[in-house]
Ligand binder design. Structure first.
Ligand code: GLA
Length: 362
């Protein structure tokens, strides 16, 4: 059954359109987005699709294939938050019947929530003829998550879902949202990118992400800079001495991670994709040892992948479970998959290419 047919089954009429938005993998640039730094995500082939029709009474009715009828909490808070954020921004977005289905794994650190937000934002603006530049659409989707759902996330995931292009990674400067599409043709290079979904999610409370963010912002204030983005790798040595011990590793991670994004961008531009591997592994060590957002399962996934011949591997997304990625020679993909699957019982390993960003599909 197509998404449009499923909409018809639920609402007894045709949708006015169907829109799709992907989840993302972040190649490099973790926990840099709320420090005005650099990130380099690419879109997953897996998407969330939203079929919708306008309603004249202003009501937003939500139905998901995975979860059924929604109230404005749980999964439904995301699309409800998007409608709220669009209206708050003064956009003439009225009511809608909305049907959602998704292939993006939930709770895997692959931004299923951003995919849902962006697909909903495209659908609602599409229904009401509102033209929004994609970076602005991403900002409003982030606003929904920050202010309505209550998650203090940065801008990376929504921008990735809204702005990525097939076959490319997105080099994004989160300070001004300027972006460059960087060719990322894994298959042409004889490479594979494996996603290792550990299928664990450690409950570290909502505070873990927020406390890292607060620590970074406190360090920036102490250093008298607008954001940690303004500290260069060269300045790091002198700057660390001015900080309390608890803030030093946070700053070291953010500053070196921004440097890693720039190194990966240069390597890809020079056609040296294989050399990206060790930079990924270095990034993992920094997230594990300095930023302290990894966990035993992610560390095991990375160590096993690298031990089995991966060019490099790292956790991706916010961590504490979720997914790792491994860059591998095509010829080694099977051996690495087998080694990781054996080491991590419950995990799921799949190969991805850089997919297309959000779009109207019907
Ligand atoms: C989550 C957030 C992003 C970003 C990453 C960490 O995915 O939604 O904004 O901060 O964590 O890089």
């Amino acid at each position: 059954m197509t998404t449009a047919e499923n909409f018809r089954t639920v609402y007894g009429k045709n949708p006015a359109g169907v829109w799709a938005a992907p989840g993302r993998v972040n190649l490099i640039g973790e926990y840099t987005d709320f420090n005005d730094g650099f990130v380099m995500p690419f879109a997953l082939p897996q998407c969330t699709r939203v079929a919708a029709a306008p309603r004249t009474d202003g009501v937003l009715r939500l139905h998901s294939r995975e979860a059924g009828e929604g109230e404005a909490r749980g999964w439904a808070a995301y699309p409800a938050g998007v409608a709220w954020a669009l209206r708050e921004a003064g956009l003439p977005v009225g009511g809608a019947d909305v049907y959602v289905e998704s292939d993006v794994p939930v709770g895997a650190g692959l931004s299923s929530s951003a995919a849902l937000e962006v697909a909903t934002a495209l659908a609602l603006t599409g229904l009401y003829g509102v033209e929004l530049p994609r970076p602005e659409l991403a900002r409003l989707a982030q606003r929904a998550e920050n202010a309505y759902v209550g998650v203090p996330c940065g801008i990376m995931d929504q921008t990735a879902s809204a702005c990525c292009r097939a076959g490319h990674a997105l080099h994004l400067d989160t300070r001004d949202l300027s972006m460059r599409q960087i060719p990322f043709g894994l298959e042409g290079w004889g490479l594979r990118l494996l996603v290792i979904d550990t299928r664990v999610k450690h409950d570290v409370g909502d505070g873990a992400y927020a406390s890292r963010r607060a620590g970074c912002e406190a360090a920036a204030r102490r250093l008298g800079v607008g954001a940690l983005r303004d500290v260069s790798v060269g300045e790091l040595g002198s700057v660390l001495g001015e900080l309390p011990a608890a803030e030093r590793p946070l700053v070291r991670h953010v500053v070196t991670e921004n440097g890693r994004v720039e190194r990966v961008a240069a390597l890809l531009a020079a056609g040296d994709a294989r050399a990206v591997g060790p930079v990924l592994t270095e990034g993992h060590a920094s997230l594990r040892d300095d930023f302290a957002v990894s966990c035993a399962e992610l560390d095991l996934a990375v160590a096993t992948a690298v031990g089995a011949g991966a060019l490099g591997a790292r956790m991706t997304g916010a961590g504490f479970g979720g997914s790792a990625i491994a860059l591998v020679e095509a010829a080694d993909a099977e051996a690495v998959t087998k080694a990781v699957t054996e080491a991590l019982g419950r995990s799921r390993v799949f190969s991805v290419v850089a997919g297309e960003g959000a779009r109207r599909v019907l």
